[in-house]
Write a protein that binds this ligand. Structure first.
Ligand code: XIL
Length: 381
């Protein structure tokens, strides 16, 4: 028997002994060595051994069977609400910090001061629970640090600031953050590069994008680097503009590995709002044709809450989740699906889109919704 095996048996016995729910009863998934492994009675031996897997029903177990990551954004409930944390680790094998790695959070005080406590805790949680992390994000026009947006810069001095930030943040988590949203929402709704509203675009110009990707690659050569944006799921000027940008950057040898489709959808009164499965497959393949991996990075599908959504609208929402997952599974380049939150109780939607909500997989009491079942079924569960 190998040393590792002995250690694992020992850990297993200790876990079982410590647990009120005796996993050796064979029915519990409460005491896992990792979420895909657990302790069970081996009928051929009078002791507990590590077996795989007992919980075949979580989203993460199902996604892993298709070599996909399924995840959620972790916001204010992370670390403060035990049900949130329990649900996060039970269901998901990748996590994105909803806010804690944005400039205003991680580097909001001054150039010399970083605030790593919250992101450190999330990365540690992910590692302890066999989950990957999607870092979010390194250059964005929103939630920037006020010392950056209010500072007096030249293109050269602001480029230094951007490079230093990326070297510090990506470098700190080198080898521990699998995917990074390097540049977020650089293109506006009319397909133009944001200049007036982005300090990066205004002061540095379009070259900040290339600078950010090169700095990220230098800081962690193994991280998957993404361009992330919204409304790319639909044909139109924004999608075309993002395609042209990424095509140009790839041709210039800029290190970009992944396109992130945020996928914030809204069900309309006629039930429309989520592209068809074929339309999603087509756009995923369009960007995959540039040599990019595909991720769905901030998925939520909101419905009306006042007045309440009709049964048909709720059905369209459920179908929408199924459609998105099916489309990802149909495209080999699509590796990752992240929902923008866990529970409707803490979603950004009601605050941003008044009259809309209920956009996620779990209700305000962390009950699984029909949307959860749709995702589970689409994953083969
Ligand atoms: C949102 C968060 O969910 C909110 O908590 C925060 O107040 C504002 O930002 N696109 C993005 C995300 O890339 O970072 C945004 O997250 C939602 C839109």
């Amino acid at each position: 028997m190998s040393v590792m095996r002995i250690i694992r048996l020992h850990m297993c016995a200790a876990l079982v002994a410590a647990s009120a729910v005796a996993a050796c009863g064979g029915a519990s998934d409460a005491t896992g060595v990792s979420p895909e492994k657990t302790c069970q009675q081996d009928p051929t031996q009078a002791k507990c051994v590590v077996v795989t897997p007992v919980d075949t029903t979580s989203l993460r177990t199902l996604a892993a069977r298709s070599n996909r990551f399924i995840g959620a954004a972790a916001g204010s409930l992370f670390g403060t609400n035990p049900t949130f944390d329990a649900t996060l680790k039970r269901e998901f094998n990748i996590v994105t910090p909803e806010n804690s790695m944005k400039w205003s959070s991680i580097h909001g005080v001054s150039r010399a001061v970083y605030s790593f406590d919250a992101p450190d805790a999330l990365v540690a949680f992910a590692e302890a629970n066999g989950m990957k992390v999607r870092g979010h994000n390194l250059a964005w026009h929103n939630q920037n640090a006020s010392w950056v947006t209010n500072g007096t810069w030249t293109a050269a001095t602001l480029t230094d600031v951007l490079q230093e930030h990326i070297a510090t943040v990506v470098g700190r988590y080198k080898g521990r953050i699998a995917q990074w949203d390097v540049v977020n929402e650089a293109i506006d709704d009319s397909g133009k590069l944001r200049v007036a509203e982005s300090v990066w675009g205004r002061v540095i110009g379009p070259s900040y994008i290339e600078t950010a990707f090169r700095a990220a690659r230098a800081a962690d050569p193994d991280a998957i680097l993404a361009y992330n944006d919204y409304s790319l799921e639909f044909p139109g000027v924004k999608q075309d503009s993002a395609f042209a940008l990424l095509q140009r950057l790839k041709a210039a040898g800029v290190p970009i590995d992944q396109i992130g489709f945020q996928a914030h959808f809204q069900i309309n009164a006629d039930g429309s709002g989520v592209p068809s499965k074929q339309a999603l497959i087509d756009v995923f393949n369009r960007f995959a044709g540039l040599g990019l991996k595909v991720a769905i990075t901030e998925l939520d599908i909101r419905v009306r809450t006042s007045p309440a959504a009709s049964a048909a609208e709720l059905a369209a929402q459920t179908n929408g989740y199924s459609t998105v997952v099916q489309a990802c599974l149909a495209v080999p380049a699509c590796t990752t699906i992240v929902t923008w939150g866990v529970t409707d109780a803490a979603s950004w939607v009601p605050g941003t889109f008044p009259g809309y909500g209920d956009a996620l997989l779990f209700d305000s009491a962390f009950n699984k919704k029909a949307t959860y079942t749709a995702v589970k079924t689409a994953l083969g569960g």
